[in-house]
Each structure stands twice: as structure tokens, then as C-alpha cells.
Design a binder for this molecule. Structure first.
Ligand SMILES: NC(=O)c1ccc[n+]([C@@H]2O[C@H](COP(=O)([O-])OP(=O)(O)OC[C@H]3O[C@@H](n4cnc5c(N)ncnc54)[C@H](OP(=O)(O)O)[C@@H]3O)[C@@H](O)[C@H]2O)c1
Length: 267
């Protein structure tokens, strides 16, 4: 799958703005993060690019994702060039459509081809989408064909496992990227996760992340703290058994944190 090129753990950068944000992104890189998730609307493209450039590590060792905001759907390639200038990079590794057009006012068909052209022109290595429902994905595939989209990034955590959409992505060879994988930090006090965590001698947050990795999702937890960044990255080595997975699967209750009124009708 194309999306297998995406590192399994990335740093979410929402909120990592200003000098403190830059220090946090740099601390993550020092800890070993090589995948950074930014967006045109986060105000973190500059910090992501600066942290990469100043790391003095080869550009090829990084995987940088940005996302096209709704107001740029009619000027996708130009807006990617502007993002690249802000980041000080000559290409992105992955560019996503951040959301389907608000209220579906513009069809997927009318803009997805332009994203594919951006890839053809070398502005980015991979393309994908975010917050796309099954219907939006099918419209995109009908327009640009199978095996073009590397990932669909959507809200996925222990309380919103999103299995219907996950299955649809898998069957179209599209990797799932889980955003808000820590449910915004709300997993730490969970009794079920803490019981599993205690059994393995790890943190509840690591169990929540390991569960998603076990399902095959790419995860992009955000933390501004070095200690929590380190803990989140180390979730890769937490191994859950069948009993753990069954208990955590039972936490799914459809609790959605990101649900703008202009957003799509969710699956
Ligand atoms: N495509 C989209 O529409 C979309 C939407 C939302 C998010 N995203 C992306 O997904 C990323 C992650 O989502 P998110 O930032 O909203 O939520 P998240 O990663 O689930 O949670 C982040 C929150 O959890 C805290 N936290 C981090 N590590 C922790 C740990 N080990 N233990 C306890 N608390 C911890 C953080 O605080 P500290 O910083 O203080 O550690 C922060 O408050 C974003 O940064 C963004 O890149 C994409």
C-alpha cells in the first residue's frame, strides 16, 4: 500500500505555535520523531519546516504532511507552493485535503484532480484526504482512480473506533491515520486502559496508542512536553494480547470530539 511509506508514529503539531512550539517540535526530533503533521490552518508550517531545516538531518529522513484548507480548494497547487515557501522546503511528503468542502458546496470531483496534478508536478510525494466519509472517498476514487490516495486521516481513538470507515479504507488500499489518538488527552484516567497498562507496566496513554497501531492505523499524537512525546513514541513497543484488545474494543461508544456544523454526515 502507498500509505506504508508513512511512518507509523508522527507528531501532531496543532497548537505548537510560536517559540515554545518550535522548541517542542525540535525536542520531538531529538527524541527520534521523523514524521510531522501540520496544516495550512494550524500556523505551524513554519515551525515544522524550521525544525527540520535546523536539525541538520537529511531532508530525506523526514516525512512532512500538510493539509489544504477549504478556502484553497480552488487553488490547490498555488496554495501548496505557498505552504512550501512557509516551510522552506522544496516538497512535502504528503498533502491532504483537510476537509471535504463545507456543506458539500463544492464536489470532490471538482478539486481532487488538482491534488493529483500537484503530486505529478513533484510538489508532494504522496496525496491523501482527511475527514472524508465513504461517499467522499468513492467520489475521489471515481475521479482519480484506485491506488492514488495514500491515507484518509480522521478522528479515531478508543472511544470512536470508526470501524465502518476503517473497513472501507482498508478495502480500497488506503491507510488510516488516526487523529486525536489520545482523545485529546482524555484516555489517561480510563479504568479499563489503566488496568491493561498496569498489567504491562506502561501508561494508559501508551495502551490507547498501541491499540490503534495494532489495528494498522498511523497515529499522530500531539504533545508539547518532552516526557509525553517520549512516552507516546515508545507506544510502538507495547504489545497487547487478545484479552487486552477485546477489553479495549469494548470502549467504543461513538464519542466524537471534532464535529463542526459545516462538516460531513459521518459514517
Ligand atoms: N485532520 C484533522 O481535521 C485533524 C483534527 C484534529 C487533530 N488533527 C491532528 O492530530 C493531532 C493530534 O490531535 P490532538 O492534538 O487534537 O489530540 P491528541 O493527540 O489526542 O491529544 C493531545 C492532548 O493530549 C495531551 N497529551 C499528549 N500526550 C499525552 C500523554 N502521554 N499523556 C497524557 N496526555 C497527553 C496533550 O497535552 P500536552 O501537549 O501538554 O502533552 C494535549 O492536550 C493534532 O495535533 C493534529 O496534527 C487533525
Amino acid at each position: 500500500m502507498l500509505g506504508d511509506q508513512i511512518p507509523a508514529v508522527g507528531l501532531g503539531t496543532y497548537g505548537l505555535t510560536g517559540n515554545d512550539g518550535l522548541s517542542s517540535v525540535k525536542s520531538a526530533i531529538l527524541l527520534g520523531y521523523r514524521h510531522l503533521d501540520t496544516a495550512q490552518t494550524y500556523g505551524t508550517e513554519e515551525n515544522a519546516g524550521q525544525a527540520v531545516r535546523e536539525s541538520e538531518l537529511p531532508r530525506g529522513s523526514f516525512f512532512i504532511t500538510t493539509k489544504i484548507t477549504a478556502k484553497n480548494l480552488g487553488r490547490i497547487r498555488q496554495s501548496i507552493r505557498e505552504s512550501l515557501i512557509l516551510m522552506g522546503l522544496d516538497h512535502a511528503d504528503l498533502v491532504l485535503i483537510h476537509w471535504p468542502a463545507p456543506y458539500d458546496e463544492v464536489s470532490v470531483r471538482s478539486y481532487i484532480g488538482d491534488l493529483a496534478r500537484a503530486q505529478d508536478e513533484g510538489l508532494c510525494k504522496l496525496i491523501g484526504v482527511s475527514n472524508f466519509t465513504r461517499r467522499h472517498l468513492d467520489e475521489a476514487l471515481a475521479e482519480i482512480g484506485e491506488n492514488r490516495l495514500a491515507t484518509n486521516q480522521f478522528e479515531q481513538h478508543v472511544y470512536l473506533q470508526n470501524r465502518v470507515l476503517e473497513d472501507h479504507c482498508m478495502s480500497a488500499n488506503i491507510r488510516v491515520t488516526a487523529y486525536m489518538p489520545l482523545a485529546g488527552g482524555n484516555v489517561s484516567d480510563d479504568a479499563v486502559l489503566n488496568a491493561v497498562a498496569q498489567k504491562h507496566g506502561v501508561a494508559a496513554s501508551q495502551v490507547a496508542l498501541a491499540f490503534l497501531l495494532n489495528r494498522g492505523s498511523i497515529i499522530i499524537p500531539k504533545s508539547g512536553s518532552r516526557a509525553r512525546q517520549q512516552s507516546n513514541l515508545a507506544a510502538k513497543s507495547v504489545k497487547l494480547d487478545a484479552q487486552d484488545l477485546e477489553a479495549i474494543a469494548g470502549l467504543d461508544c461513538g464519542r466524537r470530539y471534532i464535529n463542526p456544523e459545516w462538516g460531513p454526515a459521518w459514517d
